[in-house]
Design a protein around this ligand. Structure first.
Ligand code: PMP
Length: 406
């Protein structure tokens, strides 16, 4: 959410970004932990990525016809993600998740889906039921405008609570087309899955003939080269992607097992299309971004994440601050809650006034984080240890300001 409704004040209007930094129109510099909500995994304005995008723009900005580059990007994604054999490019994460669900319904002939409270899959009607991210921040997790008919086909489970999924399968036997979730729930803050949670969902889906959809818009190419499917060794039937695969340009993609994806038109009957899908500039930025994300770079990201977590934990332990942190690779959250924080209900019990105070103190000291407890932070490859140390110094200032007033 760009709005500052939950923390108050006026959001900085950003003029320019480079590496780990953004600058606002008033000339203030911030270390950026938002990273455009995830895409900027290399850091902002990577010179070679920008250069290739400029060249691509010179060749024309949209053709509405096949290009070699969209095939290259699709192949790069398929190569990296276990269980993804075939892919369709779209323009946003919203479209990707929406299309994956339509496909699941189209194939199965069943209407209902299970989603998890606090998970966000974009703003398609079916997903605006206890949605996370900005919807939670603004207090509209169930949006007006979603018809009752649509809402009743979305069943709600609790993240990290397999019993709630089991209960729904029991109650709605043979009516559930798919289970969709963020394998790491990054839209209610960063909440990793507990041990066996994803595997148990996988088993339940297989047993009840429902498709499992991983929404990897945030986790894809972020927490590992092959995303959450690789990281947690659980293979869904369908995937939704976005963010990193466009390197900061509008893009999305959905994919999965070949026999499922072949049901998408024109080879199959489930319709989906898009004028600007596979846009050459977005695809170029995606290729140039993924190209640079080698296994070594994922190790670097993991190390940077672990370094930041350890420094922060040191502060928390030394001063006995009543806060809790979660991390999955380069995604993280600091909750104003003594912990543990395992689902959106836990997040709702955070001290939001303390968060607001913390957020504004950080902003005043040149650190830009998401203006909501319900959002994750992102570390990029441009966040060197030196930059992270600078940030930790300011985090210390902000935590002291909240908990040890002068
Ligand atoms: N799924 C997830 C997991 C997301 O984090 C988001 C965006 N925050 C979306 C879907 C929607 O993507 P977009 O904003 O590109 O439509």
């Amino acid at each position: 959410m760009r709005a500052f409704k939950s923390v108050g004040g006026v959001p900085p209007f950003i003029k320019r970004a480079e590496g780990a930094y953004v600058w606002d129109v008033d000339g203030n510099q911030f270390i950026d932990f938002v990273g455009s909500w995830g895409p900027m995994i290399l850091g902002h304005a990577h010179p070679e990525v920008i250069n290739e995008v400029k060249k691509s723009a010179n060749d024309g900005t949209s053709f509405g016809a096949p290009t070699k580059k969209e095939v290259i990007l699709a192949e790069m994604i398929i190569d990296r993600v276990p269980g993804c054999d075939m892919l369709r490019l779209v323009n946003s994460g919203t479209e990707a998740a929406m299309s994956a669900v339509r496909l699941a319904r189209g194939i199965s002939g069943k209407d209902k889906i299970i989603k998890f409270a606090g998970c966000y899959h974009g703003h398609c009607d079916s997903f605006l039921i206890e949605a996370g991210s900005g919807a939670l921040t603004l207090g509209v997790p169930n949006s007006p405008g979603v018809t009752r008919g649509t809402a009743q086909d979305t069943l709600l489970a609790e993240f990290n609570d397999i019993q709630t999924v089991q209960d729904l399968f029991k109650k709605y036997a043979n009516q559930i087309a798919a289970v969709i979730l963020e394998p790491v729930n990054g839209n209610t803050g960063c909440i990793p899955p507990e041990d066996q949670f994803l595997k148990n969902i996988r088993d339940l889906c297989s047993r009840h003939d429902a498709l499992l959809i991983f929404d990897e818009v945030m986790t894809g190419f972020r927490i590992a080269k092959g995303g959450a499917a690789e990281y947690y060794s659980v293979i869904p039937d369908l995937f939704a992607f976005g963010k990193v695969i466009g390197g900061g340009f509008p893009i999305g993609a959905y994919g999965g097992r070949k026999e499922l994806m072949e049901q998408v038109a024109p080879s199959g009957r489930v319709y989906q299309a898009g004028t600007l899908s596979g846009n050459p500039m977005a695809v170029t930025a995606g290729i140039e971004t993924l190209k640079r994300l080698t296994h070594v770079e994922y190790e670097n990201l993991e190390n940077l994440g672990a370094y930041f977590e350890a420094q922060l934990q040191d502060l928390i332990d030394t001063y006995d601050y009543p806060v809790w942190q979660n991390r999955a690779g380069s995604m993280f959250s600091l909750f104003f809650h003594p912990g543990p924080v395992m689902n959106t209900q836990d997040v709702s019990k955070c001290d939001f006034d303390a968060f607001k105070h913390y957020f504004h103190t950080l902003l005043d000291h040149g650190i830009y984080t998401a203006p909501s407890q319900y959002e994750a932070g992102f570390i990029s490859l441009s966040h060197t240890e030196e930059i992270l140390n600078k940030a930790i110094t300011q985090v210390h200032v902000a935590l002291k300001d909240v908990f040890i007033p002068a």
